[in-house]
Design a protein around this ligand. Structure first.
Ligand SMILES: NC(=O)c1ccc[n+]([C@@H]2O[C@H](COP(=O)([O-])OP(=O)(O)OC[C@H]3O[C@@H](n4cnc5c(N)ncnc54)[C@H](O)[C@@H]3O)[C@@H](O)[C@H]2O)c1
Length: 483
């Protein structure tokens, strides 16, 4: 396979030419430049919109059950290219290679699952209380602009593309500038599946080159964004100008509550696995640990020993269990948050800085902070890295109140053997998703969504297709009723 470079896709033509300068794409494990990504500009947006309008006319006229066949073919193409995806994900953003390959498999499953929804996309006919019948017809919202981040550079675009295509929408996807080759390969899979021209287009590079033009365009009827709350707010405000529909999957700062009756060693082992997975760069990663004071030391001991056993290094090496951070800016932020927590009274039990032996790449050591005070910045600002902030509680009501005290509400976790306590936690934690005795919240068959400042709308599961549909009501009678 020849070495691949990132490209953009407009209509059915791949390109690299641009009036804007390209951006360097850096391997976070080495700090070396891999290649450059072409930066698309408003000119490319204008061309893509023309193709999208033609693509929408064709794609939306294809019945749902036939669109489903295309979705299944996209899934097959993704599986065929799983090695390419695995390598591109590992080298562009630093995920451990075995996990990167797993991302390809689960992205394929998103398309298979949504193919079923496309097949079952029916309207309704109901009797009107005024006489005659009401027909309620699902219609695709139109052209979608989708912006996806680098932390799951295949899985997150798949969560947008699959329901949008199932609904009959067309998509202009802007992958992260840090992971443009993953976006390129995804576009190639869509093309290989035989999608008509203009149904999936890929615009690359600096968001400032394309985002303002897409946001201003009247023809774009829906925005789907995954990323920080800061950028999400901005896009929501911009969407208001042309009254676009929005789906926003934004930041998280998940609490983990360990109850005194929990299986503490098992909870600590599982918590370490999920905390340091993807180097902590997961929106649903547990980041604020509320440990009951009776079990805090036992939990911390096991958690620390798991963290100490992580093998940091080259994501392509089979022995590596934790790769680098995706960008150097993340390292600066983590150092700032750790030193602020220590200044405010926390004890640094493990790590706390750059991994010096790996100093060319963007490596940060697995870090455990104990007795973190509620006023520490890290308790309100999402770390998005391999830092666990541990604190204790004695009263469950207090722990729940502290868990709910941030602007975020994406994921929350708790470990208890009591069904009564589990029900209470599920009801009282302000969060779109709750994991009781587990951390696995990302299922293609169930909604993935946040409350409060963590987002708007649903990705995943049966409901996700509705984010890309409007429901038209027609009241038709065969005779004009008497006035
Ligand atoms: N809720 C979820 O499902 C979910 C999933 C993954 C990541 N996230 C969140 O994403 C954040 C991590 O990513 P980040 O720090 O790179 O976030 P970010 O918001 O800075 O960037 C995310 C993506 O948006 C792009 N972007 C930036 N400005 C834009 C603009 N004006 N228009 C369009 N796109 C723009 C970036 O290029 C990047 O690809 C964290 O807050 C994390 O919690 C949320």
């Amino acid at each position: 396979m020849p070495e691949q470079h990132p490209k953009y896709l407009i209509g059915d033509t791949w390109g690299t030419a641009s009036d804007l300068p390209p951006m360097a794409v850096v391997n976070p494990a080495t700090g070396d430049t891999l290649y450059e990504v072409p930066c698309c500009s408003p000119k490319h947006v204008a061309q893509a919109l023309q193709h999208a309008e033609a693509g929408f006319a064709e794609w939306s006229a294809i019945p749902g059950w036939q669109r489903a066949q295309y979705l299944r073919r996209i899934a097959e193409e993704i599986v065929k290219r799983r090695e390419d995806f695995g390598r591109a994900i590992a080298t562009e953003m630093g995920r451990v290679h075995a996990m990167a390959i797993g991302e390809a498999d689960s992205a394929a499953q998103q398309f298979v699952w949504m193919a079923g929804e496309a097949e079952r996309l029916f309207g309704q006919t109901i009797t009107s209380r005024f006489g005659g019948h009401l027909s309620i017809t699902p219609e695709p919202v139109g052209i979608v602009a989708a912006f996806s981040p680098w932390n799951f550079p295949l899985g997150l675009p798949a969560r947008k593309l699959a329901p949008a295509l199932a609904a009959g929408c067309v998509v202009i996807l802007r992958p992260s500038e840090q992971t443009p080759l993953v976006g390129t390969i995804l576009g190639e899979c869509c093309q290989a599946a035989g999608l008509p021209s203009g149904v999936v287009q890929i615009l690359q590079g600096d968001p400032q080159g394309v985002s303002p033009a897409l946001m201003e365009a009247e023809a774009v009827r829906k925005i789907s964004f995954t990323g920080s709350t800061r950028v999400g707010r901005l896009l929501m405000a911009q969407s208001a100008q042309t009254v676009k529909r929005v789906s926003m999957e934004l930041g998280g700062h998940a609490p983990l509550i360990i109850c005194p009756d929990a299986d503490v060693p098992a909870a600590a082992r599982l918590a370490a696995k999920f905390k340091f997975m993807n180097t902590g760069q997961i929106c649903g990663s547990p980041s604020r640990f509320f440990l009951h004071e009776e079990v805090a030391e036992a939990f911390t001991e096991v958690f620390m020993s798991e963290a100490e056993n992580l093998r940091i290094g080259d994501p392509m090496a089979s022995e590596t269990t934790m790769g680098p951070m995706a960008s150097p800016a993340q390292l600066d932020k983590l150092e700032r948050l750790v030193s602020d927590a220590v200044e405010r009274g926390a004890t640094l039990r493990l790590g706390g800085g750059r991994a010096r032996e790996q100093n060319k790449g963007f490596f940060f050591t697995p870090t455990v902070l104990e007795n973190v005070t509620d006023d520490a910045e890290i308790m309100s600002e999402e770390p998005f890295g391999p830092v666990a902030s541990l604190t204790t509680y004695s009263d469950l009501s207090d722990a729940i109140a502290r868990a709910n005290s941030t602007q975020y509400g994406l994921a929350a976790y708790a470990f208890t053997r009591s069904e009564v306590v589990a029900r209470r936690l599920s009801a009282e934690l302000q969060s779109g998703m709750v994991g009781i005795n587990n951390f696995q919240l990302s299922h293609f068959e169930a909604p993935f969504s946040g409350v409060k400042h963590s987002g708007v709308g649903i990705e995943g599961g049966q409901m996700a297709i509705n984010e890309y549909l409007t429901f038209k009501t027609t009241h038709a009678e065969f005779e004009v009723p008497a006035a």
